[in-house]
Design a protein around this ligand. Structure first.
Ligand SMILES: Nc1ncnc2c1ncn2[C@@H]1O[C@H](COP(=O)(O)OP(=O)(O)OP(=O)(O)O)[C@@H](O)[C@H]1O
Ligand SMILES: [Mg+2]
Length: 503
């Protein structure tokens, strides 16, 4: 059973929903087409029900020859119209929905790439990917479903109910008064059914666990002569599952009998009212058939629309997760000191670093000066903080204390793009992208072929690149999977490598 917590949208649900609607404004035209389609669809459905009256009265009760042609043609016409409308609705909604999925995915990925590195310590990458894949999908699916339910089913109910009231107020009122009775029973039984089903699941889990325990420890069981004990424990659980299963079956069987009896009572009451109306000359056969058909037509729409809350809730919950990401603080990039090329004097002054998720400090009181034109190597045992130290230079993390300056200017005073352009990074794990060799060498910049080749030659990679089937344009596959093992491990993106300290 869904708890009321995830059925009812949270207090901010409407804000979230409005914000989501904001993402559809670019596709307003399509949305209008879809809406018109839904109106036509519901109207055509109602018109078909309305046809039941002339069909009965003028086709059978008091047959008129021209009806043999008019009615079939009307039916074909109505369903052609309805088919076209359904297509417009489904196409329009799918187009809007798919476009919003794409927009959200682009926005969220862009956002993830701008979040500070520390965010990646608290949220696992697979979870991020699942946000991108499933949450976006769920948001649109749920909103599209909800929209269809509210508009299409809502209109169907309004049209059919209007038609029923217009035909016979008394019979319609009788139907409206009786229907909720069945609804309440179905709702009560459904709740009980779900509650017991959950009990069965837990029971099954315990049963399996008990069996696994005794079988895995069969030698201990034997040596202690505890077979009887294990057997009776298992029996008790098995009996509980049996009882729960029987409860479910009893509920199911009773509910279907009950619903049928109630439905028969309801029908009897409706027939009673209808025949009295007929005797009084207020209802003819065609009208009665029309009323019954309309009632049958309303039921599925009614059932769907009462479910709209939970569908909306699902979409809103996923949307809230996505919007929370979109609202997250990005990397701090408030530096205004623009530079093309720095000289490269890097000074660490009593720098300390504490990770948000880590006990103790990774760096404490680190001071050194790396002068331009020289090579500085940072050496230390594993876990001493070499990688952490290097991560501070491109400002992947901010120092918790102390100061880092480049050419005398604090790192935070440079725009991030300017600062990072000064740095080439070869990590402990070399990241290769699923693209061509050339694209990997010139990663992120639009370099001419000659300089890509020059870079490859400078890094002694040209020799093996030349031997690849399509040279620089060879796709390397995911993480270099299509390169030979040796080439892949020897691979260092030449344009990206430089004298950064070994990690
Ligand atoms: N993202 C992180 N969150 C929390 N703690 C971290 C994080 N990265 C590193 N640490 C911790 O900081 C300390 C320094 O780690 P670091 O990776 O900088 O060491 P290292 O000198 O590069 O080691 P190695 O030689 O093994 O690469 C370690 O105790 C490590 O557990
Ligand atoms: Mg390291």
């Amino acid at each position: 059973m869904t708890s009321s917590a995830d059925r009812e949208p949270a207090p901010g649900a409407w804000t979230t929903y409005r914000r989501l609607l904001g993402h559809t404004v670019n596709y307003r035209g399509l949305l209008v087409v879809a809406m018109i389609g839904m109106v036509v669809e519901a109207a055509a459905g109602a018109a078909f029900v309305w046809l039941m009256e002339p069909l009965t009265n003028e086709g059978f009760v008091d047959p008129k020859p021209e009806m043999a042609l008019v009615l079939p043609l009307a039916i074909i016409g109505l369903f052609l119209l309805r088919g076209a409308a359904t297509f417009c609705t489904d196409y329009g909604i799918a187009r809007v929905g798919r476009s919003v999925v794409r927009d959200l995915r682009e926005l969220v990925l862009g956002k993830y790439l701008r979040l500070p590195s520390s965010r990646f310590d608290t949220e696992a990458v697979p979870q991020m990917v699942s946000r991108l894949n499933f949450d976006t999908e769920q948001v649109t699916q749920a909103s599209a479903d909800a929209l269809k339910m509210i508009v299409a089913d809502g209109l169907t109910i309004v049209f059919l109910l209007g038609m029923m009231l217009y035909t016979s107020i008394k019979v319609t009122l009788a139907m409206i008064l009786i229907a909720p009775l069945i609804g309440v029973v179905v709702w009560y039984v459904g709740g009980r059914y779900r509650r017991i089903s959950r009990g069965i699941q837990t029971g099954m889990g315990e049963l399996a666990q008990s069996a696994e325990q005794s079988l895995a420890a069969q030698q201990d069981v034997k040596v202690h002569g505890a077979q009887g004990f294990e057997q009776s424990r298992y029996s008790a659980l098995a009996n509980r599952v049996l009882r729960l299963n029987m409860k479910v079956e009893a509920t199911r069987a009773m509910s279907s009998a009950l619903v049928q009896i109630l439905a028969a009572l309801a029908l009897a009451a409706i027939v009673w009212v209808a025949i009295h109306e007929s005797l009084a000359g207020h209802l003819n056969p065609g009208e009665f058939i029309k009323l019954m058909t309309a009632m049958m037509g309303i039921i599925p729409s009614l059932r769907r629309i009462t479910n709209v809350q939970s569908v909306l809730g699902r979409g809103v919950a996923a949307a809230e997760r996505l919007f929370a990401i979109l609202d997250d603080a990005e990397e701090d990039d408030r530096g205004r000191h623009r530079v093309e090329r720095v000289r490269g004097e890097l000074v660490f002054d009593r720098v300390g670093l504490r990770y948000a998720r880590g006990e103790g400090s990774a760096l404490e009181d680190v001071s050194f000066r790396a002068t331009p034109g020289t090579v500085t190597a940072i050496v230390g045992r594993s876990g001493s903080g070499k990688t952490s130290l290097v991560r501070l230079v491109p400002r992947f993390y901010e120092p918790s204390s102390g100061r880092i300056t480049l050419d005398g200017v604090p790192l935070a005073d440079y725009p991030l793009a300017d600062l990072r352009r000064q740095i080439a990074l070869v990590g402990q794990r070399v990241a290769l992208f699923d693209d061509t060799v050339a694209a990997n060498i010139a990663y992120g910049i639009d370099a001419p072929r000659e300089s890509i080749r020059a870079a490859a030659e400078a890094a002694n990679a040209w020799e093996f690149i030349e031997r690849l089937p399509q040279g620089l344009d060879t796709p390397i596959g995911e993480n270099g999977a299509l390169l030979s093992g040796g080439s892949a491990s020897a691979w260092r993106s030449p344009a990206r490598s430089c004298a950064t300290p070994r990690s």
